[in-house]
Design a protein around this ligand. Structure first.
Ligand code: CO
Length: 276
C-alpha cells in the first residue's frame, strides 16, 4: 500500500480535477490510485501479464457467447428486500451464474434505485447486482458518482464487443474485499452492447476510468473477481488478506470456505485473461 499512497499523493498535482475527484470518490468502492501517467509500467517485462492477444481472444469468446442464450431470470431471481447488503468474498454468490434479464418492470426499476442508493452511499461510481446478492446481469453506473450530477446509466445484459490493445495498470479495490487494494491491468477502452432499464438496446464506448469501472463490474457479472486478474507477484501482496476473509467467512457461517486462494494455480505465462 505504500506504493499506492505515494501515487495517490502525487495525483494531487498531476491529475485533472475531474480525475482527481474520481480517485476520491472511489475510496470506499472502487479505487483508482494509480495515474494514467504510470502507464509506462505496462511496458515492463512481466511474463504473467495477459497479452493483448489473450484479451482479444476473450473478446471473441464474449462475442460468440452472445449467440448462446443464457438462462433468463425468473421473478423469484429478482426478488429482493431492502436495504441491500454487500456480499463479501468468499461468499459463493459472487461466483454464481448471473442470469439474463428479460422482464423490464417496476420491480427492476426498484432494484436499480436501491443499487444506486448503495452505490452513492459507498462513494462508488459503479455497482453490480451479484454484489448485493441478486444473481442477474445488471450493473449501475454514474461517471460522476454523485446523486443529481452526471448521468445515471443502467446496463442490463451488457456484452463487451471490443477491447483496446492498450493495457494499463490501476490500483483497484472492491466493496466485496474490504480493505484490499492491488494493481490490475486492463484494456484502456471497451465498446459495449447493453439494454437500458426499459429493455432498449444501445451501444456505448468507454475509455479510461469509466472503462476501468465498467470492466471491473462486468467481471462480477461473469463471476470473475479482481484478484483473478492479478499477476502472481501482485497476488502475493494480498494473499494473507484474502485468507483472512476466508477465515472470517468460516467463523461467521460455520462452513468451509468455498474457495481458497492458496489452492489457486500459478498462472501460465502468456495465458490468463480468460476465466479459467
Ligand atoms: Co468489485
Amino acid at each position: 500500500m505504500a506504493g499506492a499512497t505515494m501515487l495517490h499523493s502525487s495525483s494531487q498535482s498531476l491529475l485533472p480535477s475531474l480525475a482527481r475527484r474520481y480517485s476520491l470518490l472511489f475510496d470506499s468502492c472502487f479505487h483508482f490510485r494509480r495515474l494514467m501517467s504510470t502507464g509506462r509500467l505496462f511496458h515492463s517485462i512481466n511474463p504473467n501479464k495477459p497479452s493483448p492477444l489473450a484479451v482479444r481472444a476473450q473478446a471473441r469468446r464474449s462475442l460468440s457467447s452472445n449467440k448462446v442464450k443464457d438462462e433468463l431470470a425468473s421473478p423469484a431471481d429478482l426478488c429482493f428486500e431492502g436495504p441491500l447488503k454487500i456480499i463479501v468474498y468468499p461468499d459463493p454468490i459472487l461466483r454464481a451464474k448471473n442470469k439474463r434479464i428479460g422482464t423490464f418492470d417496476d420491480n427492476l426499476k426498484k432494484l436499480v434505485d436501491e443499487m444506486f442508493d448503495v452505490m452513492y452511499r459507498t462513494d462508488g461510481i459503479g455497482l453490480s447486482a451479484p454484489q448485493v446478492g441478486i444473481n442477474v446481469q445488471l450493473m449501475v453506473f454514474n461517471p460522476v458518482g454523485e446523486r443529481g450530477e452526471g448521468e445515471e446509466i443502467v446496463l442490463v445484459n451488457p456484452r463487451v464487443t471490443r477491447y483496446s490493445r492498450k493495457m494499463l495498470p490501476y490500483n483497484e479495490g472492491c466493496l466485496s474485499f474490504p480493505g484490499i487494494y492491488a494493481d490490475v491491468e486492463r484494456p484502456d477502452s471497451v465498446k459495449v452492447d447493453a439494454q437500458d432499464i426499459n429493455g432498449a438496446r444501445f451501444t456505448v464506448g468507454l475509455t479510461r476510468l469509466p472503462a476501468r469501472v465498467f470492466q471491473h463490474e462486468y467481471d462480477h457479472l461473469q463471476g470473475i473477481l479482481f484478484f483473478d486478474r492479478m499477476s502472481d507477484e501482485v497476488l502475493d501482496t494480498v494473499r494473507e488478506d484474502l485468507e483472512a476473509l476466508e477465515k472470517k467467512y468460516e467463523d461467521s457461517t460455520g462452513l468451509p470456505s468455498p474457495e481458497r486462494i492458496n489452492t489457486r494455480k500459478r498462472r501460465q505465462a502468456g495465458a490468463g485473461f480468460g476465466k479459467s
